[in-house]
Design a protein around this ligand. Structure first.
Ligand SMILES: C[S@@+](CC[C@H](N)C(=O)[O-])C[C@H]1O[C@@H](n2cnc3c(N)ncnc32)[C@H](O)[C@@H]1O
Length: 190
């Protein structure tokens, strides 16, 4: 499950995540975006192509080769765990967290969520997912899963633009079929 280099290799050159594409409809300014758990940089590439003037990607794994083709005046990469990243306050028009918040240590998630919310500009957009308690991976040592109520609490203080709960049985990218229980959200700083 957490063979991230293999995951990143397998997701090279894919389309951006649909939820990010949807969230872009609500972005008012394109000065600065943060892509956390950026993986193969498909979403970072989309943010650059969408006209952001500054895009920072963050991941615990090394920067993928594709970044060599990105404009270094606009794009930068930080190799860091989200838990160790010093989120600058009032800095981003968009924070994109696609399928990474479930891998933030449970003991740290409250602090991380507060830091992400504070890092948004007013009207800034935060988009991502949490895993729910019925997910097959819930209870695993590297996965944090939450109830709907807990997820809503994490988003407190933001205007929720979109919130969806998904459950299905599907293959993982690298392994067998599992039960997915996912909360997807798009939220906006007031
Ligand atoms: C499921 S992948 C998602 C990648 C990409 N966002 C996407 O949607 O394809 C999770 C990514 O987050 C990174 N990651 C996992 N735990 C992390 C953490 N605690 N801090 C920063 N990055 C992490 C992994 O290396 C991997 O690239």
């Amino acid at each position: 499950m957490s063979n991230w280099p293999a995951y990143i290799e397998k997701t090279k050159n894919k389309h951006p995540r649909p939820l990010l594409v949807r969230a872009m409809e609500y972005v008012e300014h394109k000065d600065s975006a943060l892509d956390v758990g950026a993986g193969a940089l498909n979403d970072s590439r989309f943010l650059l192509e969408s006209g952001f003037r500054k895009v920072i990607a963050l991941d615990i794994e090394a920067v993928p080769e594709v970044s060599q083709s990105f404009d270094r005046n606009i794009f930068s990469f930080q190799k860091s765990a989200i838990e160790d990243f010093d989120f600058p306050a009032d800095s981003f028009d968009l924070v994109n967290a696609q399928f990474v918040l479930p891998f933030v240590r449970k003991s740290e998630i409250g602090r991380v969520m507060d830091a992400i919310k504070k890092s948004l500009h007013p009207n800034g957009i935060f988009v991502g997912q949490f895993f729910g308690l019925k997910d097959s991976w819930a209870g695993g040592k590297d996965v944090s899963a939450f109830s709907r109520k807990e997820v809503k609490k994490f988003l407190e203080g933001l205007d929720i633009i979109y919130f969806d709960e998904e459950e299905n049985d599907n293959k993982t990218l690298l392994g067998p079929v599992k039960h997915w229980h996912i909360f997807h959200f798009i939220a906006k700083r007031k």
